[in-house]
Design a protein around this ligand. Sequence first.
Ligand SMILES: Nc1ncnc2c1ncn2[C@@H]1O[C@H](COP(=O)(O)OP(=O)(O)OP(=O)(O)O)[C@@H](O)[C@H]1O
Length: 845
Amino acid sequence: MAIVDAVYVRNAVKSYGVGKKRSHVLKSLDMTLRKGTIYGLLGASGCGKTTLLSCIVGRRRLDSGEILVFGGEPGTKQSGIPGRRVGYMPQELALYGEFTISETLEYFGRIYSLPKDFVKVQKEFLRKLLDLPDGNRYVKTLSGGQQRRVSFAVALFHEPELLILDEPTVGVDPLLRQSIWDHLVSLVREQHKTVIITTHYIEEARQANTIGMMRSGRLLAEESPQTLLSIYNLPSLEDVFLRLCMVDVSSKNNAATISVITDGVDNPAFAGLRSVSFRTSKNADGQEEEDSQKNMKHLIKYKQSLSGMNVAPTDLNKGYWKKSDSVYTPEEKGIVGLTFSPSGDNLYDPCTDKDQNLLSDELAHQCSQSSRKDNRKTETADASPVPGHNFRLNRSEENLFRPSSTPSLDQRSHSDNSSAASTPGQKTKKNNRSPYRFSLPSAHRSSALIRKNVMQTFRNIGVFLFVFLLPAVEAILFCLAIGNDPTYLKVAVVNDEFPNATQGMDCPFFDDCTYEYYSCRFLRHIDNQTIVKIPYPTVDLAQEAAKKGDVWAVIHMPQNFTDEIMVRNSQGSDSDMETIIGSQISVNMDWTNQQISLIIQRRLMDAFEDFQKDILTTCELEEAAGTLPLQFINPIYGEPNPSFMHFMAPGVILTILYFIAVALTAAVFINERKQGLLDRSLVAGVTMTEVLFAHLANQLMTLIGQTVLVLVTIFVVFQVPCNGNIMTVSALSLLQGLCGMCFGLLISCLCDEETSAIHFAVGSFYPNLLLSGVMWPIEGMPTFMREFSYFLPQTYAVESMRNVIARGWDVDNPEVYLGVVCSVSWALGLLFLSAAVIRIRKYTG
Ligand SMILES: Nc1ncnc2c1ncn2[C@@H]1O[C@H](COP(=O)(O)OP(=O)(O)OP(=O)(O)O)[C@@H](O)[C@H]1O
């Protein structure tokens, strides 16, 4: 009865990046982890250990090759990944700093849906085993080593069948390191668990059953520690690793020619290999160099003389040989494979050679391993189920910490992997399912995630209040700072009709039908709140002041202003040029500030109209004769003198809510991913849909509160008139908030670091603000830009909002529901785009 391997990796090829930035990390790597053993994965920093583990747990995809966990591809039900069959301790801490140790373990207990009494006992057991600090200590207050132990405890917590531990002993003192290894050994011996562990401390891996020595994305050796030590006849694993690295380096330096070949033939470690591969160097013309060819011929002869066998080039595509650098095509790199066989067609297999006495011990061992691998591929459903080993804890400690009545996990059914366990040897059909696939959220995981989000939020209450109140504060700042008319603008007045004003004397005041000092009468009608009149004796001095920036305008009234205006009024179109000039008030403006100049202009025109009406009324003439024959009667919508603030308010409400949601969502997801929290949760069985759903639930509560505060600020506190349905206004605001969340999600998928996310968000902020019609009517843009602006997520929404607030239209109006449709479409589009980026990055990153 054959036993399925816990992890089986063949020809694993993985690279990061694309184009010129592509770097090859795993290069045709093979690895086999038997069930019920510890596999120590050793290798220098950067050789690809973490990458390999992340492919095994399904967080990354291979470019090519095969990974099977419990006979199934990661992501399939049979593999049990994601899910509770595996316990994953990533290299990052992957812990929530705001949680206590107890809360951390309870959170994962909820994710795995563990019974409460089990959680309680397990917490106590792991606390003693790993010498954890008090359970009420916050994770962020622990030392680095203590945090790593908590992270290790999380991986062990649900008693998984397969433990994947990325450097669990870093920063842990030697005594504790020893007890961690002892515990792993006892898990394997007594409970038949399987462990992969990476470590930089090579000697501690002596306790592993198998050691994989990795260098530059390849396994240099995969053997038991004892075998490695005896083959190389060296005292320590460090020395063995050094030797293997030296052989590897020298083989590369010599273009992988004679050194590998002679090693391959002479060295007992390589003796009996069915095939060898080496690289021949090429000269500038792409021709194989003579030396390389000679070496190849030498090998062929040598091998023939040894065994009398035929030597034929290996069919590289058949996979009979180990490609040393399979990310390159053989032609590109001049890789040559040679197979030693009795005839050209039938590959020689020493394992099936009748004369088994010819096999060295090492080759016999390889043959036995190879036969087991082959069996794995052909195993059928009659293979044994996952051995019915007891999942109970270390026997000696179990009695101390766990009441005998407490059930261990294996005594309950593993509903999520029962079917996998029944057919362990069968490889599933190629299946691209990944943890990011869509599935309905599970109630217990969703509630665990929501609870975690709420706890995180309230643990940072200061930050939460800041974020919660920020939109309202921004709305207040907007209402106070934008759209109000400027006041107390200094204007120079040169009144030649009453020059005494410069000596501090007041202009004479008449409010009857007196034909004197019209200049003073006109000045009296100027709004003192907006314009501060400063008398100047001469026009030159006033202009000098304007040039220095002391005043915004110079108003000049001529000496005979009253007389000339009387004549002009009586003569009408018969007035001569002298009368016209003499009756004219000239205004010399500083037009550098459009808003200020326009308001001065408007106030002066209002003052003149009032002045005219005043004269006409007091002289018992028709008041209306003083107005322009162009009349603006009652507006259809809005008010006669609208404030710029009223124009901007709809866009500002949406922009505030949209961008705060962008920032919050991007920050949450980038943080979770960077700290390894997202990966850990996804490997534990949480789906991306559940993560999104929980974030949505949490964010929606915040968003509703923020929307209410912003709308109250704008419409109640600052009295911006809202002529439409406030529910429609709220719905549009919430939808734009959702849109912002989806954009934040996309940013978090595209950016690894907060800084790049900030650049992205800020980079999108201004185009959005400027092109969405928030600050200025779309009609003011060149035609081609208008069309582009309608493709932005906020343009239609802003127009809809304006139509609701200013015109009082409701959602049944196409000009309003277009904004709703656009917001929903953008939210969905961004969500799909995020899913696509996640998928692409799984292959390239
Ligand atoms: N997301 C990524 N994008 C690009 N390159 C990456 C990425 N992750 C890892 N690498 C690179 O891949 C190589 C292997 O990294 P990996 O983390 O697998 O090494 P490791 O053996 O686990 O190292 P260590 O022991 O220091 O953790 C390194 O050169 C690393 O810089």
